[in-house]
Write a protein that binds this ligand. Structure first.
Ligand code: F6R
Length: 260
């Protein structure tokens, strides 16, 4: 696992946008897995700015969703499908044809989950999966004690996650209890995992993820099992890392030919 400590969220966004732009140069039709929430927005903004400036060609990129609320009406502005179309697909100049996600309004949710895992595999697998992290250590919506082998399935949000996400809704009551999320086993199949964490509120979860034992109690610690996982953190989110100086020195001395 590589840990990169950046000064702030904007620097994290630029760094990860560079990794995505490099990927799109190597593989123009790369399948990019995207997370929602507040943290990845600087990445999407940095990438969209490069596309607008003509320095990155994302015209053949494919985008896939990490998770989705269950039970919101189709087209609800806070469904993750709507959020990804608004924050990622449209700003990159893509259309809904380049995008895939699980159907949170399906009549048969279990079948929709299986269909999504099959669709990801049929698309050739995810090349780069962006991740945020919950204050309780979740990735996607794999809440604590999710199986490290789990596949895409329905999960119940913790009260803490519902409270964290209430800011996107008019009231806590409107935050769904259920979600579809790629499982941890599904996420680990992506070729490159890139987790961005910013702010002091993520510092404990980051320390447990990077320096704690691999444990389903901290789902993000599963990144330790991946051969190409990058954790990008700002100073505040890095503030409880015991090895912060080592991570800084390692990144400063990184060979120029190695990208993220
Ligand atoms: C959402 C997702 C979640 C968020 C996490 C952090 O697609 O994957 O794991 O990344 O809840 O959310 P923010 O970034 O809003 O703190």
């Amino acid at each position: 696992m590589e840990v990169v400590i950046v000064p702030d969220a904007a620097a994290g966004g630029e760094l990860i946008a560079t990794a995505i732009a490099d990927l799109l140069t190597r593989k123009p039709d790369a399948l990019l897995g995207v997370a929602t929430g507040s943290t990845p927005l600087p990445i999407y903004q940095a990438l969209a700015a490069r596309v607008a400036a003509g320095s990155c060609d994302a015209s053949r990129a494919r985008i896939c969703q990490l998770d989705e609320y269950v039970g919101l009406p189709k087209g609800h502005p806070e469904s993750y499908r709507s959020v990804v179309l608004r924050e990622v697909v449209e700003p990159l100049g893509l259309t809904a044809d380049s995008f895939m996600g699980p159907d949170g309004s399906a009549g048969d949710i279990a079948a929709a989950c299986d269909d999504y895992d099959r669709a990801l595999a049929a698309a050739g697998g995810v090349d780069l999966q962006l991740l945020g992290i919950g204050s309780d250590g979740h990735i996607g919506f794999n809440e604590p004690c999710s199986s490290l082998a789990s596949r895409t399935r329905i999960k119940t949000l913790t009260q803490r996650t519902r409270e964290d996400n209430a800011r996107f809704f008019d009231s806590l009551d409107e935050v769904p209890h259920h979600v579809i999320t790629q499982g941890i086993g599904t996420i680990l199949e992506a070729r490159h995992l890139v987790l961005l964490a910013t702010g002091e509120g993520k510092a404990d979860a980051v320390a447990l993820t990077v320096e704690g034992p691999v444990s389903s109690v901290v789902p993000a610690s599963a990144l330790q099992l991946h051969r190409h996982a990058t954790v990008v953190v700002d100073e505040a989110a890095a503030s409880r890392l015991k090895l912060a100086d080592y991570f800084r020195a390692t990144y400063a001395a990184k060979p120029g030919w190695q990208s993220l």
